[in-house]
Design a protein around this ligand. Sequence first.
Ligand SMILES: CC(C)(COP(=O)(O)OP(=O)(O)OC[C@H]1O[C@@H](n2cnc3c(N)ncnc32)[C@H](O)[C@@H]1OP(=O)(O)O)[C@@H](O)C(=O)NCCC(=O)NCCS
Length: 239
Amino acid sequence: MTVEHLERILALTWPGLERDQVGDWLLRAGRGVTSRANSALVLGDPGRPHEDALDAVVSWYRARGLCPRLQIADCAHREVDAACARRGWAASSSAWVMTRSAVLDASAGAPLLGRQRPAALPDVEVEWSDAPPSTTDRDRAAEQTATPALYATLCVGGAAVGWGRLAVVEGCGVVTDLEVEPDRRNQGVGADLLEALCCKASESGATQVALQVLVNNPAHRLYRRLGFSEHHAYHYRTG
Ligand SMILES: CC(C)(COP(=O)(O)OP(=O)(O)OC[C@H]1O[C@@H](n2cnc3c(N)ncnc32)[C@H](O)[C@@H]1OP(=O)(O)O)[C@@H](O)C(=O)NCCC(=O)NCCS
């Protein structure tokens, strides 16, 4: 899958509450919470000189009381990135988009065996809902629920200890919001939860699963262990 195709899929799973286009660039606005829902995704050709396209982005976001922000794949659109740098727009640290097959075949299952699980978790249950957990901030929830998704809660012995979100678009399951209670981390909960999300993605017709992770987040190691590999990296530029 090309970077552009995968980015379009990712954008559909977290689209913001309002959208517009500057040529091929996709402008998204939400309630100012998540960068994904409140940034312009740089794709293809903006249909005008870059400086004019950036001016259009600035006007669109300022009209909504938001900072202008671009999402740019690290491997492409270097001239757009340079134009942002000339304007003094700050670059965020990069994030990886990682992908794997929804179902690992026997040979690809080897990374799972690379680490000894401390112990089988007792009474593990995954509950599914089409609404985010009630603890989610209202504005963030509004941005998330702009597109249908399934929300998993992993319970151990009846207590909720881990959460994750799955949206399936065009045969690709996109996992976001993976989180485990701090005092339950490093006990295999995250791995179990991610496998449950991948299984659900497969049941929902996905052949691929994708997720995003900051390059300096150690969660990256967990994802590699579960068979994910780096597809491409991206960063934001904020004016
Ligand atoms: C990422 C997260 C969900 C993993 O959950 P978990 O229950 O600890 O995961 P597991 O016990 O199955 O696996 C532990 C692995 O997580 C990775 N990991 C993630 N964050 C880590 C941290 N702060 N310190 C050490 N390891 C971490 C490591 O790969 C570790 O295994 P390894 O040391 O053998 O490589 C959890 O650390 C978390 O909630 N982090 C904060 C939120 C977050 O960053 N979510 C991911 C966003 S992309």
